[in-house]
Design a protein around this ligand. Structure first.
Ligand SMILES: NC(=O)c1ccc[n+]([C@@H]2O[C@H](COP(=O)([O-])OP(=O)(O)OC[C@H]3O[C@@H](n4cnc5c(N)ncnc54)[C@H](O)[C@@H]3O)[C@@H](O)[C@H]2O)c1
Length: 430
């Protein structure tokens, strides 16, 4: 059995794709098993060999005393027997799943596959992807027969970048397999590193669906809050106050309005949408949630322009400081940042925007969005938009913002960090 052989170091685990998901997982497994960490990006591999996490999530001591070898050479995978695939599953510019990295990684694994091997997919996909899209590639590349020669499973990842508390070992892990024996074997392997427990899903499709709806549920709940925020803004009611009041009921769910970016919550629902449409069903609720969340940058920009015009200031003469461009707080990840969309919306009104974020990499921001980050905020702004809840922003007070701005400025506090204030500053929040 694979678990026993892994335990005795007669077999090895390979993790394919060492990003936010794959690297912490590989290092955790390397406490208990012999691991090959494989990535196609040789620059990233060189950083990991030097004990550096290219995603800036792990400290260098996370690399110490681990039984792991990093490699960008796919022939090394021939020495592995339990493959875990954790490559990106993005959408393209038409919001259609882009399976290219996943299918390429599957080809790579297929070439290294041997009798008795296991392949577990961790990338977020739509239900059916593992069995319909990936297994045929494994069979074709290896010349082996699924079930008789090799086993497959799916185990979704639930980590939350920037969250130092819910690390991979402390999050209950769903596992699934192509049959009860393989599910149990996969569960035993993960059980060696996951202290929070293992949940055996009844099938691969169930496990795939569970992951995709976790994020779709968050997306929909946030979209409802965003819609409420649009409505209450017209009514002159503070949404946060409404949520505080409603939250006193025992079964009222705690969600808040905000920008939904990144590569999970704003992306995964499109995987479910895609599969539903393929099966002839056109989802209404899921899509409407996505539309509302994607429309928030334009709503916020429009509100700022309205407020500026109401105080007799034309957009052309307006200078705005945006604090934060990463997709969420206390991380360096700028992928699918809705703050970048907001900046583009403001610029489309001819507003001059400065953006500052000490977490983000300036070269990456330039490359991804053609925006220049300021090292430090300047002065003479008409409005400040605090777009991300980085912990360092929590200390800023009214005087700090007024010091950056001209007379009668606007503070748009998109994450509701600060108490509403009226002392020479117009405060607005979602
Ligand atoms: N980041 C998260 O918070 C999170 C949480 C849960 C699930 N997920 C899911 O996990 C998967 C991985 O996401 P991530 O955020 O870790 O991605 P990432 O972009 O951080 O890392 C992906 C890594 O895979 C490598 N890669 C790409 N194609 C490859 C290939 N063909 N072979 C080998 N390596 C390849 C890249 O070089 C990169 O190092 C996605 O499906 C994502 O939806 C992500």
């Amino acid at each position: 059995m694979v678990y026993e052989a892994l335990k005795k170091n007669e077999k090895r685990i390979a993790v394919i794709g060492l990003g936010y998901v794959g690297l912490p997982l590989a290092l955790e497994f390397a406490k208990k098993f012999e691991v090959i960490g494989f990535d196609i990006n040789a620059d990233r591999i060189a950083m990991m060999e030097a004990g550096e996490d290219p995603s800036n999530e792990l400290e260098s001591d996370a690399f110490l005393n681990k039984n792991i070898r990093f490699s960008a050479d796919q022939t090394d995978l021939r020495n592995a027997h339990f493959f875990i695939v954790a490559v990106p599953t993005p959408v393209d510019e038409h919001k259609v799943p882009n399976l290219t990295p996943l299918l390429r990684a599957t080809q790579t694994v297929g070439k290294a596959l041997k009798r008795g091997d296991y392949v577990v997919f961790e990338s977020t996909v739509y239900p059916g992807c593992t069995e319909e899209d990936c297994i045929p590639i494994l069979e074709e590349e290896s010349g082996l027969k699924f079930e008789t020669d090799f086993k497959v499973g799916y185990s979704p990842e639930r980590i939350n970048p920037g969250d130092k508390e819910h690390t991979v070992d402390k999050i209950l892990k769903i596992v699934s397999g192509s049959d009860p024996v393989s599910c149990s074997e996969i569960g035993k392997v993960y059980g060696e590193i996951i202290t929070a427990g293992i949940y055996e899903a009844s099938s691969i499709k169930v496990a795939e669906a569970a992951k995709v709806i976790e994020n779709t549920q968050r997306d929909l709940n946030i979209s409802f809050m965003n819609e409420l925020s649009i409505i209450f803004d017209r009514m002159g009611i503070d949404t946060q106050e409404v949520l505080k009041a409603a939250g006193t009921k025992w079964n009222f769910l705690k969600f808040y309005p905000g920008l939904v970016g990144g590569h999970c919550i704003g992306v995964d629902p499109y995987y479910l949408l895609h599969k539903a449409k393929e099966l002839g069903y056109d989802p209404q609720v899921i899509l409407s949630g996505r539309r509302i969340n994607d429309s928030m940058p334009s709503f916020i920009a429009k509100r700022l322009v309205q407020m500026m015009i109401q105080r007799g200031k034309s957009p052309q003469k307006t200078r705005v400081l945006v604090l934060g461009i990463t997709f969420k707080e206390n991380v360096s990840d700028i992928r699918n940042s809705k703050v970048a969309d907001l900046i583009k919306e403001l610029e489309a009104y001819s507003i001059k925007v400065d953006v500052s974020d000490s977490y983000a990499d300036a070269a990456e921001v330039k490359h991804e969005y053609d925006l220049d980050l300021c090292d430090q905020p300047g002065t003479g702004y008409d409005a400040v938009i605090v777009a991300v809840n980085h912990s360092q922003y929590a200390n800023y007070d009214e005087e700090y913002f007024k010091g950056l701005c001209n007379e009668d400025p606007i503070l748009m506090d998109l994450k509701g960090i600060y108490p509403p204030t009226k002392n020479g500053l117009t405060y607005w929040r979602l």
